[in-house]
Design a protein around this ligand. Structure first.
Ligand code: ZN
Length: 188
């Protein structure tokens, strides 16, 4: 059974999780993230062209306060270059940016209000890390009833094992449809 209609254009948002300097090249650098940059550039370009919303869910931590920093060390501190989206897929005027301070892009943020206002019913989950922030954000999207699509070339993790476990969990537990970005943009 397919969870998705033939066209996903009208009420769909691409959600880009933590594609920030600190996660790609900075303090929590992930070399594997390089693999997903070219397909993600294609995804955001096609999305903007075809009127699919692009929403950035970005870590923006408060130094000395956020609990997560005890576990991971300082990263993506609000207002620093490390907390900015990597230049290759930087947000434009037509996109939305929603800061977060926890793994989930929904927890204590405006994301749900925004998706309601945009009347979105399907989310395309991308970014870092498939087994962590993408997973927690997808969990919250699932709890709220959104259809979920995950491009396998649009998410990554620190290791192959984490990546494979991550996408398997998203598929099995949240019913995420796994696709490639090439397949996906044809439906826009
Ligand atoms: Zn964080």
């Amino acid at each position: 059974m397919s969870l998705n209609p033939p066209s996903v254009k009208d009420r769909t948002a691409v959600i880009i999780v933590d594609m920030l300097n600190d996660f790609v090249t900075g303090s929590l650098k992930c070399d594997r993230a390089q693999r997903i940059i070219p397909p993600m550039q294609k995804l955001v370009e096609e999305a903007r062209k075809k009127g699919v919303y692009v929403i950035y869910s970005n870590d923006a931590h408060i130094k000395g306060i956020d609990k997560e920093l005890e576990l991971w060390g300082d990263h993506a501190i609000a207002g620093t270059p490390g907390a900015e989206v990597i230049p290759e897929i930087a947000p434009t005027d037509v996109d939305y940016v929603v800061p977060k301070r926890r793994y989930s892009g929904f927890y204590g943020t405006d994301l749900e209000i925004l998706l309601d206002e945009l009347k979105v019913n399907t989310v395309i989950m991308t970014g870092l890390h498939a087994h962590m922030c993408v997973r927690h954000t997808t969990a919250d999207a699932y709890f709220r009833g959104y259809k979920i699509i995950v491009p396998t070339d649009g998410v990554e993790s620190f290791t192959e094992e984490d990546y494979l476990n991550g996408i398997k969990y998203l598929k099995e537990v949240y019913g995420a449809e796994l696709v490639t970005i090439d397949e996906l943009v044809k439906r826009f």
